[in-house]
Design a protein around this ligand. Structure first.
Ligand SMILES: *Cc1c(COP(=O)(O)O)cnc(C)c1O
Length: 582
């Protein structure tokens, strides 16, 4: 083969039977050897949550992308993350009891990105010029695609022209950017289907450079991993043929690829998940439970299997530095922040005194964060070591049930009042989500009517990484109560467990990787049973902080079960093992 990417090919495929022979040939290769600086692990994501580098995301998908790159950096894996740089970002603040959006411009130059060059994508009979900007780290880099009118993350409806434009720009523009930088992807990990066009760009390149079309498909499939975060395919917005005529087909040079893609339309519509499944032979879900229950079918109607690779977090980003150092010095985590072989025995060093010492430090961090983050009344909060704090911090979406603990206001007040405890809520309402902004307003009204709750329940607007960090290390108990079956993984709770907070949770997402006895579980046959159990768990959590033995026992038990789950290093290792089996 003459193509640079075709180094694994030695005979062109004449017919479909040859595909098997070809597969075997590819399987015999040690792909691991081909990861290098010039041939990095490439990670494609429409959302990155990395404010330090100027890119603000919307939630867990973006946090995961940022953490994956950081873990790759810490473990020396050559890694390129390709994402848009959105020239504007949304913030939220409270006005007259309502959450309102505010838009702020962002400049990549302010965050250490350098302009490399421009690339073009075709859209609507025009050439769109995209800037390729790059920021290099030791062994990783962020390659971003941008232009002044790129718009904001998730602006417009899913399925809209603008979303399609953004996705096409990332895929085709990002692939051209790799070429520009002299990089060839060892693997393409697609963080959800919005990045499908990157794999399509690769297929097109291989096919138009003379590779037999079937070879090109097989090659692309072998080297593409589709990571799914969603449970139901039916919920996905689709695009129509006419949109593809304007934004996608003009960017394809291979007639065979164009034909292949055109054949994938059903009644003039296409779901990106169905074509992503076609183009990616490797597929993963983000927790054990999610990989099992995600309900996806390929075009032939067969159920799609997902390999479970549970999300992890970058410990250095999310855990109080003193706690990370303590884990390392005590032999609980190794130098790569992965649990050691005998970490379970080592957990014995965690005493109630140690926990109080870390809570004290964590509380100072939280107070520091809160200094610039007034609550919904406009008050600046500050907490002493003796204050007891429950928190609920996550996007305000229906299935996460932020309002659940407020269903029985009397009982909530009684629980909080006995310990003079506070309840902090933080989470963004998705722009335009009238249902959830209504629920938030109602919740705050309920709180307003009660003399005790008014002083002890606080909503902090504009939830972001900083708040997530402050609350993870500074509160006492985290509440996570998604409707069972709807959370793909969730990573907020991981930040809590690692920072020695008690976790009250339903058995869902990544939490269900552990046993039901490893944290303060909430379950029941209906919502009122769940609610009752939630209140019981809140009482238990308060009691545990007054009993050294219980506190040590519960926190150690959480770590025993979940340290391997939440380790980002474990996650990256799982991906590498899946992608490059030895
Ligand atoms: C950790 C984090 C998330 C992840 O939220 P989950 O609901 O647990 O998936 C979302 N947003 C921010 C700002 C975070 O820091």
């Amino acid at each position: 083969m003459n193509d640079e990417d075709g180094q694994y090919f030695y005979h062109p495929l004449e017919n479909i039977e040859d595909v098997e022979i070809f597969y075997e040939a590819v399987e015999r290769q040690h792909l691991t050897k081909s990861i290098s600086r010039e041939r990095p692990y490439t990670y494609w994501t429409i959302e990155l949550y990395d404010q330090k580098n100027g890119i603000r995301g919307g939630g867990g998908l973006g946090v995961l992308a940022a953490d994956t790159r950081r873990v790759a950096e810490d473990t020396g894996v050559p890694f390129a993350l390709i994402t848009p740089f959105y020239p504007s970002e949304t913030h939220q603040k409270m006005k007259d009891g309502r959450v309102i959006d505010e838009h702020r411009p962002v400049h990549y130059q302010d965050f250490g990105f350098k302009l490399i060059d421009k690339v073009n994508v075709k859209c609507c009979d025009d050439l769109c010029q995209l800037e390729v900007v790059e920021k290099q780290f030791k062994n990783t880099r962020i390659i971003a695609i941008t232009e002044p009118n790129f718009g904001e993350l998730y602006s417009g409806m899913s399925g809209s022209d603008h979303r399609l434009y953004q996705e096409v720009a990332l895929g085709f523009g990002g692939y051209a950017a790799l070429k520009l930088l002299g990089l060839k992807p060892a693997i393409m990990q697609l963080n959800e289907v919005a990045t499908f066009f990157a794999a399509l760009a690769r297929l097109d390149e291989l096919a138009r450079n003379g590779m037999d079309f079937y070879e090109a498909v097989v090659y692309t499939r072998k080297h593409t991993l589709y990571t799914n975060h969603t449970l139901v395919q039916a919920a996905e917005a689709d695009f129509n043929y006419e949109q593809f005529e304007r934004f996608v087909f003009p960017n394809l040079k291979s007639l065979a690829v164009k034909k292949w893609l055109k054949d994938k339309f059903v009644d003039g519509h296409i779901k990106l998940s169905s074509v992503t499944i076609e183009i990616a032979e490797l597929r993963s879900g983000v927790s054990k439970l999610h990989a099992r229950v995600a309900n996806y079918r390929d075009i032939a109607g067969n159920k799609v299997k997902f390999k479970a690779v549970t999300n992890g977090i970058d410990m250095r980003t999310w855990v109080l530095p003193q706690v990370v150092d303590f884990y390392e010095e005590s032999g609980i985590l190794d130098m790569y922040l992965s649990p050691t072989e005998n970490y379970k025995d080592k957990l014995d060093v965690i005493t109630a005194d140690k926990i109080r010492e870390f809570k004290h430090l964590g509380r100072q961090e939280l107070n520091k964060v809160l200094k610039t983050r007034p609550d919904h009344h406009g008050n600046i909060l500050s907490f002493s070591d003796d204050d007891f704090i429950f928190d609920f911090k996550r996007r305000f979406v229906d299935y996460k049930r932020p309002e659940l603990p407020f269903e029985d206001v009397e009982r909530l007040r009684n629980i909080l009042e006995r310990r003079n405890a506070h309840y902090i809520l933080a989470g963004r309402v998705h722009s335009g989500d009238e249902v959830m902004s209504g629920k938030l307003r109602k919740l705050l009204k309920t709180v307003e009517k009660d003399d005790y709750l008014r002083e002890h329940v606080h909503y902090i607007p504009d939830y972001d990484e900083e708040l997530a960090y402050g609350l993870s290390c500074g509160s006492n108990v985290a509440i996570n109560v998604p409707i069972v079956g709807l959370e793909a993984c969730g990573t907020s709770w991981m930040k809590d467990v690692a920072n020695l907070n008690l976790l009250i949770s339903t058995h869902d997402g990544g939490v269900a990787d552990g046993s039901i006895n490893s944290y303060l579980n909430v379950s029941g046959t209906d919502e009122s049973e769940e609610l009752d159990m939630l209140y019981q768990r809140m009482e238990e959590a308060i009691a545990a902080y007054d009993n050294d033995f219980d506190l040590e026992f519960l926190l150690k038990r959480q770590l025993e079960t979940f340290l391997p789950v939440i380790s980002g290093t474990r996650m990256l290792q799982d991906y590498l093992d899946y992608l490059f089996p030895s």
